[in-house]
Design a protein around this ligand. Structure first.
Ligand code: SAM
Length: 184
């Protein structure tokens, strides 16, 4: 069976190398932050964002537990403010939309009004040859609507500047799916 998480990582890894700068726009428990931190190594940089202070605590624990290099900045702010913190181009940006797994507080989910400017901002920050990955969870209403909104926006991007692809299990429409945006 195709494992979408493994597939996501393989796309990201094809675009980054030691020393690159990346961002995890939805930190949660820090699994994507840890993946990026290890991939870019001690000379790289990873900026990670979450609106929940608890995500920073949980992510720090994940990063230390996994022995990640000290190359990360954990930021307690919304991802649509990322430009206030990132002063350079990025090679990869990851969004895992939805709510923090295991938190019990499903009201702190990502929302269309901040997701759209955040995704646009991440695309603006992309270095040439860079990638933004957006994982969508259509099993809850806001996630379903975020996916529709993003797809409408992605259709408007010039194919001469970016390639936008979608990976979805077509016979399981409520399962998570993801978009990748690759800058030419
Ligand atoms: C599905 S979880 C992310 C999982 C995470 N990548 C991991 O590896 O554990 C989505 C996260 O997005 C966060 N979030 C919601 N709205 C946000 C916003 N406007 N800016 C940044 N993070 C936000 C939630 O608090 C939640 O922790």
């Amino acid at each position: 069976m195709t494992d979408l998480l493994t597939l996501q990582k393989s796309f990201i890894l094809a675009h980054i190398k030691e020393g690159d700068t990346c961002a995890d726009f939805t930190m949660g428990n820090g699994h994507d932050t840890a993946f990026l931190s290890k991939a870019v190594g001690e000379n790289g940089r990873v900026f990670a964002f979450d609106i929940q202070p608890g995500a920073l605590v949980s992510t720090k624990k994940t990063l230390e537990g996994e022995g990640c290099p000290n190359n990360y900045v954990l930021i307690n702010d919304s991802h649509h403010n990322a430009k206030n913190y990132i002063d350079t181009k990025i090679k990869a940006g990851m969004f895992n939309l939805g709510y923090m797994p295991g938190s019990g507080n499903k009201s702190l989910t990502t929302k269309r009004e901040t997701t759209l400017p955040a995704v646009k901002g991440a695309i603006d920050m992309l270095d040439s040859g860079g990638i933004v990955l957006v994982a969508v969870y259509p099993g809850h209403e806001e996630g379903y609507l975020e996916g529709i909104m993003l797809e409408e926006y992605f259709k408007t991007i010039s194919r001469f500047e970016m390639s936008v692809s979608k990976f979805q299990i077509v016979n399981s429409p409520t399962s998570p799916y993801f978009f990748i945006i690759e800058k030419k």
